[in-house]
Write a protein that binds this ligand. Sequence first.
Ligand code: GDP
Ligand code: MG
Length: 444
Amino acid sequence: MFESLSDRLGKIFEGLRGRGALNATDVDNAMREIRRALIEADVSLEVVRAFVEQVKERAVGAEVTRSVTPGQQVVKIVHDELVAVLGDTASPIDLNARAPVTLLMVGLQGSGKTTTTAKIAKRLSEKNKKKVLLASLDTRRPAAMEQLRVLGEQVGVDTLPIVSTETPVEIARRAEREGRLGGYDVLILDTAGRTHIDEELMAETVAIKDIANPHEILLVVDALTGQDAINVARSFDGRLDITGIVLTRVDGDGRGGAALSMRAATGKPIKLIGVGEKMDALEDFHPSRIADRILGMGDIVSLVEKAAEHVSAEDAQKMAKKLKKGSFDLDDLRNQLLQMKKMGGMGGLMSMMPGVGQMKKAMANSNIDEKMFDRQIAIINSMTKKERAEPELLNASRRKRIAAGAGVEVSEINKLAKQHRQMADMMKKVGKGGMGALGGMFGG
Ligand code: GDP
Ligand code: MG
């Protein structure tokens, strides 16, 4: 089973709650896990090394907020640092230049240049109401020019007529002229790639750059490139001084490590991500979302905020005790249901809680949803105090009485009883196995 970094850190810091600041040993242990998580996310080794050093500096001696666990605190520090490296905000394509604003698409063969060219064209023409001209400079593969023409047609954007005898530089010149005379706002030049970096490709692309004088040079990189992404980004940036990166096939890579490597190596922003083969599968790059992917975590910060807002310290203490003892009765279930209702149900709170994936699944399997909260609370209200404390008392005749009282079918009582049993089991496991994630929630 995939264990997220947040879960792992929760384990490391288990039992350390209540300590004022993070000490060097705790942080060292946490850093081992962070290093592993980053490598698993395919972040390049040298970037991992530098990044871990940075985080360590910030983490040692950091105050642990009372309401969160040290594990959560470290995850937050790592998250913030990731966002700092990835860039704090989205950076859109810059069209602030004299028309036609030229965008040059570069990258290895198969990285998604032609597809991305058409996707960007579609977006600029539909959303930004720009008049866009596309030109393929890929003279190496005759099919490549045709591919761009077809995609252009599909997204309703003009392509430069194909003249099969021209060199890439000649096409670039003609495209610029056509863009200017044709009153285009934006000209996007799609180039040929290679299966790997070679000098001929670089020289050709540099020559195109000199002629086309592009306002943006976008390096297109496949997210699945993994460890090699850093070399690709360095080579292209070294020769061309790129202005941004487009990461494609993010739909196929849930980890996003390539983004971190390339950004750290070049300092150039990730501008867009490709999330599918369709022409509208293009999104702005949000550093914080990729940081979350790399960490594989829920939104800990908002979890902690929400928890502090809604769960009183007393309730939390009581719940923590119950969890430790493994006794979770129907009164507790009722309190849980009331709290969940207040916090906006499963969708809201539960989805933000790291480490409760299992519990969440069990609940989903037993069909808890927000609309059921009220009915379930009504059922529990129809029980006697004794029944709530000792659910095993619920025999057939008692169930019938409760059903009548709550105005539901007996089958619903059965369902609730079963669900309670599952939850109690789960709670017992969580209580024993590690209070890491739940600790911040109930034990704080
Ligand atoms: P180029 O050689 O760099 O021009 O690459 P292409 O644009 O021809 O793309 C190569 C293949 O990757 C095509 O089959 C595309 O449909 C596919 N592709 C491009 N971008 C994405 C993406 O973001 N997600 C997925 N799943 N496929 C993509
Ligand atoms: Mg192509």
